[in-house]
Design a protein around this ligand. Structure first.
Ligand SMILES: Nc1nc2c(ncn2[C@@H]2O[C@H](COP(=O)(O)OP(=O)(O)OP(=O)(O)O)[C@@H](O)[C@H]2O)c(=O)[nH]1
Ligand SMILES: [Mg+2]
Length: 237
């Protein structure tokens, strides 16, 4: 079954849960972006998400079963952007479940482990899936995680940056352990999406864009001065 329960909300039904979550998001943000975190098992996807949201390392992280969910508001180029982030299981046996979450994602972190060439070699397959199942326009940042384990490195920075360039990906090496470049990865991806919206390359109103206007943006459209005075404070929920 492709259904998952999202424990944080205590809800079993995926549609009810997502509807509820989306309404909460839209109260305070200018935009809502749907994000995915994908890549082989054990590369540190859940730890990256945890570090981004909680600002600390997730000790004894277990394999993700299906999909987990997190959200955070960030401020990028004077816009409040709510990221709705789906952290997927890397294990092959969950692939059919996780694939059902790709649809309509605006951005993705594609994660490999710099100490494991196997996880790097799998990137092409993950990319094909993301572009086919999410959207051709999905903005992807490649994250070479476990940067703190430089002594055990199996993939050089140069090699991965060439791969990123060839495949039109942004690229950072990150460490979910130390927190290095973790926030940057999410923010750079969101900034690129905002740039594409501003240049007209991405249309938030297109079905399946993975982007929604938040209430803040709608308020601004109706009453620009009032909305500016009521800019939301940074909050995390
Ligand atoms: N040294 C180091 N270890 C890390 C880092 N990120 C994750 N780990 C470790 O790598 C292991 C796997 O981390 P997870 O975040 O659970 O991996 P995952 O990609 O979510 O795995 P799946 O859910 O099975 O797909 C754990 O033992 C973590 O402690 C990092 O940046 N540095
Ligand atoms: Mg995980």
């Amino acid at each position: 079954s492709a259904r998952v329960s999202v424990d944080a909300w205590g809800l079993e039904d995926e549609d009810v849960c997502l509807g509820f979550v989306d309404r909460c998001f839209l109260l305070s943000a200018d935009f809502l972006f749907k994000f995915l975190v994908i890549g082989n098992a054990g590369t540190g996807k859940s730890c990256l998400l945890h570090q981004f949201i909680e600002k600390r390392f997730k000790e004894d992280s277990n394999h993700t079963i299906g999909v987990e969910f997190g959200s955070k508001i960030i401020n990028v180029v004077n816009k409040y952007v709510k990221l709705q982030i789906w952290d997927t299981a890397g294990q092959e046996r969950f692939r059919s479940v996780t694939r059902s979450y790709y649809r309509g994602a605006a951005g993705a972190l594609l994660v490999y482990d710099i100490t494991s060439r196997e996880t790097y070699n799998a990137l092409t397959n993950w990319l094909t899936d993301a572009r086919m199942l999410a959207s051709q326009n999905i903005v992807i940042i490649l994250c070479g995680n476990k940067k703190d384990l430089d002594a055990d490195r199996e993939v050089t920075f140069l090699e991965a940056s060439r791969f990123a360039q060839e495949n039109e990906l942004m690229f950072l090496e990150t460490s979910a352990l130390t927190g290095e470049n973790v926030e940057e990865a999410f923010v750079q991806c969101a900034r690129k999406i905002l740039n594409k919206i501003e240049s007209g390359e991405l249309d938030p109103e297109r079905m399946g864009s993975g982007i929604q206007y938040g209430d803040a943006a709608l308020r601004q459209l109706r009453s620009p001065r009032r909305a500016q005075a009521q800019s939301p404070q940074e909050c995390v929920c």
